[in-house]
Ligand binder design. Structure first.
Ligand code: ADP
Ligand code: 5GP
Length: 210
């Protein structure tokens, strides 16, 4: 019997509203070898979100107990709530040869990069411009406009972490962005590591900072 090859963790991070959750879900839906890592969070569920599917919604006491028992690969406080990724389900998926998609922030990515022996590829998603980002946030948080301002205010701080990632991809047209990410993932799985033209992406990031 041949041992199956273990999977890879693909991380998608971005400033809030740039589209990483949409892209992660699309990758999983269209590719049977991908599973999404379902995080634990202390934030309240948004309309339409399902416990155990989008997140495991827990209270702070439950979250703290998972931290104390060293159950998380990584965890972080974001917009006043805690988020974390359990080790156990990820290890199981990887050992079965599945690739695991992480929709997590830069703090979690920094923690994962410190863990040795993890097969890890990281993507940073950026919006085409700030106006589009605001529109997307307004659309996602209809009737809860108070949630937009803190996210817009955090934009530049979150954007400043782009250099810590293996690939930076602009999410303008969803299909184009999705196809780019899938191509990089497929190439990586086939042992082809194409380098990104940093000068192009650096110009884009500078525009977003201005
Ligand atoms: P994030 O997970 O990065 O915070 P989401 O995936 O929730 O962002 O996307 C924010 C909003 O923008 C959602 O309402 C989503 O449907 C929408 N969206 C994402 N990508 C695109 C795109 N390329 N074009 C138009 N709308 C998009
Ligand atoms: P939201 O509340 O909008 O779903 O997510 C807010 C932020 O938390 C996003 O940047 C998302 O990627 C991040 N996030 C979600 N789950 C985790 C996690 O398990 N760990 C970390 N570090 N960040 C997470």
């Amino acid at each position: 019997m041949t041992a199956s090859k273990s999977g890879t963790i693909f991380v998608l991070s971005s400033p809030s509203g740039a589209g990483k959750t949409t892209l992660t879900k699309k990758l999983e839906k269209n590719n049977t070898n991908f599973v999404i890592s379902i995080s634990h969070t202390t934030r309240k569920a948004r309309p339409g979100e399902v416990n155990g599917k989008d997140y495991y919604f827990v209270n702070e006491q439950e979250f703290n107990s998972l931290v104390e028992n060293n159950n998380f690969y990584e965890f972080a406080k974001i917009f006043g709530n805690y988020y974390g990724t359990l080790k156990k389900p990820v290890i199981k998926h990887l050992s079965e040869g599945k690739d695991v998609l992480f929709d997590i922030d830069w703090q979690g990515t920094q923690q994962l990069k410190k863990i040795s022996n993890l097969s890890l590829v990281t993507f940073f998603i950026v919006p085409p411009n700030i106006e589009v980002l605001k529109k997307r946030l307004l659309n996602r948080h209809k009737g809860q406009e108070s949630l937009i301002k803190p996210r817009m205010m955090k934009f530049h701080e979150e954007l400043s972490h782009w250099k810590e990632y293996d690939y930076v991809v602009v999410n303008d047209d969803l299909e184009i962005c999705y196809t780019k990410i899938l191509k990089i993932i497929t190439n990586t799985k086939n042992g082809i590591n194409e380098k990104q033209d940093l000068s192009v992406i650096e110009k884009k990031v500078k525009e977003l900072f201005s």
